[in-house]
Design a protein around this ligand. Structure first.
Ligand SMILES: Nc1ncnc2c1ncn2[C@@H]1O[C@H](COP(=O)(O)OP(=O)(O)OP(=O)(O)O)[C@@H](O)[C@H]1O
Length: 251
């Protein structure tokens, strides 16, 4: 049997009478890169919120590393190995870049702390934070306030923070949205270089980025998965072309 890192099965999310997700099944094997694409309003963010635990499904289940987490809140899923980024950055603007990393590392070590082992000292955390920043090419920006960073650097920092939690599954919500072509290329390269021990699921509007980064693509439309396959298969799938042409015609 395949080991799925994260899987949603028969997920339905009903908001009043509206079904934002309608019986969606999405099972991502360990190590895979999976892109979720689809027209605006297709239900991609809702599906992410169900996988990460920001929403509870009306029906259906979510498993993380083989464990049923449907009723497990987001912060506990994070401790079980799931990290996500948000469409709008989730950084603490008035703190420095290094302080943002230190806080994440401190939260991480307190989550795993055992009572006889003290929390790492501030100096150790600062050194660890600098190592994280160097790894993500942000080594020169440790003392800067987050709000002083360029938007592209903020998006990279967000992924660096998510990765500093040592996740096994990483959910990226539109990682290149709002970036210049140069920043989008840089970020695409960084995501492509993530170790294969990590499973990555991403919502991505830029087809080139989605197809470059993913092994498999799932296409959503009106709350359902209408196609799934390799980038080549999906790019030539008539239902997908119709979904996107339909959106262009409606615009
Ligand atoms: N909390 C909510 N209450 C009511 N309707 C909602 C709620 N959240 C999402 N929806 C609706 O569900 C549908 C799917 O939204 P969702 O944000 O999941 O789509 P999406 O594919 O991520 O779209 P986009 O690409 O524009 O971000 C939309 O019509 C949206 O208005």
């Amino acid at each position: 049997m395949t080991d799925y890192a994260i899987a949603g099965r028969n997920l339905t999310m009903q908001f009043g009478t509206f079904r934002a997700n309608d019986d969606i099944t999405l099972a991502v094997p360990a190590g895979e890169r999976r892109a979720l694409i689809g027209p605006n309003g297709a239900g991609k963010s809702t599906l992410f919120n169900l996988l990460a635990g920001q929403l509870r499904p009306t029906s259906g289940t979510v498993t993380l590393l083989g464990r049923d987490v449907t009723r497990v809140p987001a912060h506990r899923r994070a401790r079980l190995g799931l990290a996500r980024t948000f469409q709008l950055t989730d950084l603490l603007d008035e703190l420095t870049v290094r302080e943002n990393v230190q806080l994440t590392l401190a939260a991480q070590s307190s989550a795993h702390r055992v009572f006889w082992r003290p929390l790492g000292s501030v100096g150790t955390l600062a050194a660890e934070a600098d190592a994280v920043l160097a790894q993500w090419d942000l080594g020169d920006f440790g003392d800067r306030l987050v709000r002083e960073l360029a938007y592209g650097q903020q998006r990279i920092l967000e992924i660096a923070l998510a990765m500093s939690r040592n996740p096994q599954v990483l959910l990226l919500d539109e990682p290149t949205a709002g970036l210049s072509p140069a920043d989008a290329r840089k970020l695409t390269g960084l995501v492509a270089a993530l170790p294969r021990t990590i499973t990555v699921v991403m919502i991505e509007h830029d087809m080139e980025v989605a197809f470059t980064l993913s092994d498999q693509v799932s296409v959503l439309q009106q709350g359902r998965v209408i196609a799934a396959g390799t980038p080549d298969e999906v790019a030539t799938d008539n239902r997908v072309l119709e979904a996107y042409l339909g959106e262009a015609a409606d615009a």
